[in-house]
Design a binder for this molecule. Sequence first.
Ligand code: EPU
Length: 336
Amino acid sequence: MTIQENISLKAYNTFGIDVKARRFVSITSFYELQQLLKIEKDFFLISGGSNMLLTKDIDRLVVHIDIKGTSIDREEEYAVYITVNAGENWHEFVLWCIAENYGGLENLSLIPGNVGTCPIQNIGAYGVEVKDTITKVEALEIETNKLVSFSNEACNFGYRNSIFKNEVKGKYILTSVSFKLTTKKHQLTTSYGAIENELALHKIKTPTLKNISDAVISIRKSKLPDPKEIGNSGSFFKNPVISKMQFLRLQKENPTIPNYPVSETEIKVPAGWLVEQSGFKGKRYGDAGVHEKQALVLVNYGKATGNEVFQLAEKIQKTVLEKFRIPLEIEVNVIA
Ligand code: EPU
């Protein structure tokens, strides 16, 4: 465990924001993490850096969680139980599952970030949320340096939400995530329109896990910018949920508004649509911008500062509020 000084965090966040860590340490084992907690409790955690917007240099010790390792805990007739350490790359893990014929995560292909952070915002895409396969999350309690286990229920998962964003925020370091995946009779989720179209395009009638993963990869590549080429954090805003009454009023003025009923009285509307209708899609202000193919994604074309991206987000929020009377909630973690 070596503490380095004045390290640029550009390579550690997918937005590619160039701020500095005054002190920086990479942690590669559970033992190292426990040792560190004995001497330091006030630090800033960074893992895959795929859901954060850094707006200034970090004075606290930056701890990069890089604990690797995957183990198969046990197998049943139709299921396998796997535990994955926090520092494993999410997409590599998904690809490994597909190669091993383990089902459940194929719709979540190509999501940036590491396994250790997937429960925090309950990553989800194309009709699947990671909460559907998580059995357990293990975490070190910062205060006591003890390992604590959270069952799926204890994680309190919701849409882009969990206990780790709320009640216990900042209290734990997630060290591993356990999954239950299928080995036979996979339950495929292909109902999401874009997946059906992609499978039909390739004339696939009985898709395999790999077919679905390939379809998702192709859809994502066609819509979402690759963080290795253009800095971004995926969806910048959450899709807002509004009352049915407000929705019906909006629909009168905007008959084409896409919508997903959440309950009898609530409707989810896509933030990407609201941002596009507000005129921001493809707009660029210096090196900060709104992606040209998906208005939900804010991008850094190279040298944008975190504040420039944040100011753009505020401008979008203000315009959407004025135009549609809908407050947009930021989904990424803004570090100010
Ligand atoms: N839309 C527009 N303009 C845009 C973007 C979208 O009009 O610029 C419309 C689309 O036409 C469509 C609707 O909005 O009718 C929904 O768009 P899309 O299917 O692209 O999905 P989304 O709601 O924008 C959500 C997740 C994504 C996830 C996709 C697929 C959120 C905040 N985002 O996006 O998650 O990949 O569904 O399931 O829930 C992420 O969290 O980083 C992420 C990429």
